[in-house]
Design a protein around this ligand. Structure first.
Ligand code: BT5
Length: 325
């Protein structure tokens, strides 16, 4: 019913009385008021006047299923959207939905996360209304070792989506941080449910700081699109761009079963390559030179003894020797 009220308000050019809405939609005026209140809390700017009634003034930056679905041009990605104003973690919700049989392409979006997660138990700052906190459920027939290729692809597509929507020079810090001017604007957390030789489901969790104005003190390397671009961006256009780019590449990846479809594009956007880096594990820190990305998604490095090795995401963090990237 909330969606019907919204659709009705969108059709009107002027104020419409509560009475007119209620008789047209067959709901009590108290019911209409409840839905209007909910729409306002989702971010719609609805003016209410005791004399004239209601008028939808603006749909500024709403990322509900209705608004996202209405602009999405995909076949299966985001055809089912679960939206929450507040949630613990979209990845937790998506994992639960996946366990209960949610279809491939189901997307979970929240306006705020109270327990947003990074990798290895780290936290992800996800304040209300400023970012994209989103998880995508995938069910590819691949072996668990291949899943990291999909997280690279998601990172690449979000990097490209940011470039298209904002014109900013976003880059990828291997494996999955997206950075602008040396600071982190997006992080990706992939979680998977799998047997030894088959993936059941993959949850790609993506966090983008879009209109964040300031960060907690400990996040000295964080930035937002708005801070870098000097303007406010509409989150749903970035969601749309990402889902469309990712769907096209994901379909090709599944057909060809190879990262070669996107590896060159990934390398072109990757700031880690050709740099001296620090490789940080829970036990130690080593310096190395980042040479290449292998087809399996691992980073090919030359260590300080001159030996070449492949390192895999998951267990390590990579930093520039002098700075964050
Ligand atoms: C990540 O981990 O970068 C993965 C972040 C994934 C977040 C999404 S949001 C939707 C979905 N649901 C979830 O619960 N999570 C996913 P990692 O590379 O481990 O980086 C974590 C580190 O980034 C933290 O230890 C902080 O130092 C820093 N950090 C935390 N919040 C940040 C933010 N909003 N922007 C930039 N850096 C942040």
């Amino acid at each position: 019913m909330k969606d019907k009220v919204l659709a009705f308000l969108k059709e009107q050019k002027d104020y419409i009385s509560g009475e007119a809405i209620s008789s047209r939609l067959g709901v009590t005026r108290a019911g209409i008021w409840k839905h209007i209140k909910k729409l306002k809390s989702e971010g719609y700017y609805i003016e209410s006047s005791t004399k004239k009634g209601y008028r939808l003034m603006d749909t500024p930056d709403v990322i509900t299923e209705t608004e996202v679905a209405s602009i999405l041009n995909t076949d299966f990605l985001g055809r089912h959207i679960y939206y929450a104003e507040e949630i613990d973690s979209t990845n937790e919700k998506a994992k639960m939905l996946a366990r209960n049989g949610a279809e491939e392409g189901t997307v979970v979006i929240a306006d705020k996360q109270t327990m947003g997660k990074g990798r290895l138990g780290k936290y992800w700052d996800s304040p209300k209304g400023t970012g994209i906190w989103m998880s995508v459920i995938l069910r590819p027939s691949i072996v668990p070792g291949e899943a990291s290729q999909l997280t690279l692809l998601a990172g690449l597509n979000m990097c490209e989506a940011i470039q298209r929507v904002t014109g900013l020079e976003s880059k990828i810090k291997w494996p999955n941080d997206i950075v602008i001017a040396g600071k982190k604007v997006c992080g990706i957390l992939t979680e998977m449910s799998a047997e030894m030789d088959q993936v059941n489901s993959i949850v790609l969790g993506i966090g983008v700081n879009v209109n964040t104005k300031s960060f907690p003190k400990d996040l000295t390397h964080a930035t937002s699109l708005s801070l870098e671009g000097g303007r406010v961006y509409t989150r749903r256009y970035l969601i749309k761009e990402f889902l469309q780019l990712f769907e096209a590449d994901y379909i090709r990846y599944k057909q060809e079963k190879s990262s070669s479809t996107f590896l060159e594009r990934y390398k072109k956007n990757c700031v880690t390559l050709g740099q001296d880096i620090k490789i940080i594990t829970t036990e130690a820190e080593h310096t190395a030179y980042a040479m290449d990305i292998a087809p399996d998604g691992s980073l090919v490095i030359k260590d300080d003894k001159g030996e070449c090795k492949n390192i895999f995401s998951g267990e390590v963090s990579v930093r520039g020797v002098y700075d964050y990237i």
